[in-house]
Write a protein that binds this ligand. Structure first.
Ligand SMILES: Cc1cc2nc3c(=O)[nH]c(=O)nc-3n(C[C@H](O)[C@H](O)[C@H](O)COP(=O)(O)O)c2cc1C
Length: 351
């Protein structure tokens, strides 16, 4: 199976090399224009924050027919990546929770693949990523849009004001550099510091949201969240965000122990649990989106939904649209299935 990201190499090596596609860019089927958050797009198919490390990755996947492209989360200061491994393929033994196990054997059907990541949200220094976001934006066609994902980098003991100011600074830089949409990452399953779970604190989330909103005026703003512990907490969160953010991206990878069969932690003892991606999380992700869409409707909220989680075939995209999503973003599968947008466009899924 060809892979565009080499998991045996470091984040930095993959950053420098860009995506390694097996052949030249395909012919992209024509599709009628639509809108997302008031912006014209060729399709509702995109890539979530993660695989697109820089402008080389954004342009490579734009040429493979993905129209909503998210620049991997950036920070207000340089942050190195965790040591290898950062990405492993896993088996979940058919269960929805509990540990998943590292495997070197891929299922015959690549749409069944699950994986797990643990990068620690590395970031280039702002002067590097700001210039590169501009390059990324300038290389897109009409009908293709750029989301830039940002996160705060709080010191131990930082106040809510400091966290919010850091988020707002990154968001303002992303907007100035050419982002069509800013995404604030309120959830990361692999960082042990508080920026990984902000979405679980509704009051803090609302406070940060309002500071970001002030910093980027009327630029579309998405919040990326993880799994909520209950429907009530999801309802509270959505109601608190309404009127400040434009929509939510849900969900991030689901946190589960990622182990070798002999019980060793795949990413080291410090990161025994990490974000699980792919087939293993599709069903719970669709359920989350369905619940969020029902709440948005019943509470008459004005929030769009960018759905993420385990999409590796056009039918998975349709699951999300039927559940109430506005657009569908793919996280891990475009690494081993880079032709998915073209396949979906041929089948007229999400077009
Ligand atoms: C290589 C990689 C790196 C990721 N890094 C980020 C990140 O920096 N910020 C973020 O919000 N999500 C990150 N994610 C999570 C994805 O955005 C997405 O939520 C997750 O992969 C689930 O989608 P999937 O099941 O389609 O893979 C990353 C995913 C991958 C595959």
């Amino acid at each position: 199976m060809h892979q565009t990201y080499d998991i045996t190499k470091t984040y930095r090596e993959n950053y420098d090399a860009g995506p390694q596609f097996a052949g030249p860019p395909p012919v992209i089927p024509e599709t009628p224009m639509k809108e997302f958050l008031g912006l014209p797009v060729h399709s509702r198919i995109g890539i979530a924050a993660g695989l697109l490390l820089n402008s080389k990755w954004i342009h490579g996947y734009a040429r493979h027919g993905f129209d909503i492209l998210t620049y991997k989360t950036v920070r207000s200061a340089y942050r190195p990546c965790y040591d290898l491994p950062n990405w492993v393929f896993v088996e979940d033994d058919g269960k929805n929770d509990g540990p998943v196990y590292v495997t070197e054997q891929f299922p015959e059907d690549p749409t069944r693949i699950s994986s797990a990541v643990c990068f620690g949200m590395p970031s280039m220094a702002p002067e590097v990523w700001k210039a590169d976001v501009r390059v990324a934006k300038d290389g897109l066609d009409d009908g293709q849009i750029l989301i830039v994902s940002v996160v705060a980098t709080p010191n131990a003991g930082a106040t809510a004001e400091e966290v919010a100011a850091d988020f707002a600074q990154c968001a303002a830089w992303a907007a100035e550099s050419g982002a069509d949409i800013v995404e604030a990452n309120f959830s990361c399953p692999n960082v042990c510091t508080p920026e990984g779970t902000i979405y679980q604190d509704t009051k803090l989330s609302r406070f940060i949201a309002s500071k970001i909103r002030d910093a980027i005026a009327d630029k579309p703003l998405l919040f990326k969240v993880g799994h909520f512990l209950s429907n009530e907490s999801l309802r509270d969160f959505l109601c608190a965000m309404n009127g400040i953010v434009s929509g939510i991206t849900l969900v991030n990878g689901i946190s589960r122990p990622v182990l070798h069969r002999d019980g060793r932690a795949a990413f080291g003892e410090q990161y025994r649990t990490a974000g699980v991606l792919g087939r293993a999380i599709h069903e719970p992700s669709v359920q989350n989106v369905r619940t969020a869409a029902e709440i948005i409707q019943s509470e008459s909220l004005n929030l769009a939904i960018a759905a993420v989680g385990g999409v590796s075939q056009p039918a998975d995209m349709t699951d999300f649209l039927d559940a109430g999503a506005d657009v569908v973003l793919l996280g891990s599968s475009p690494m081993y299935l880079p032709g998915l947008a073209v396949e979906a466009k041929r089948q007229r899924a999400l077009c």
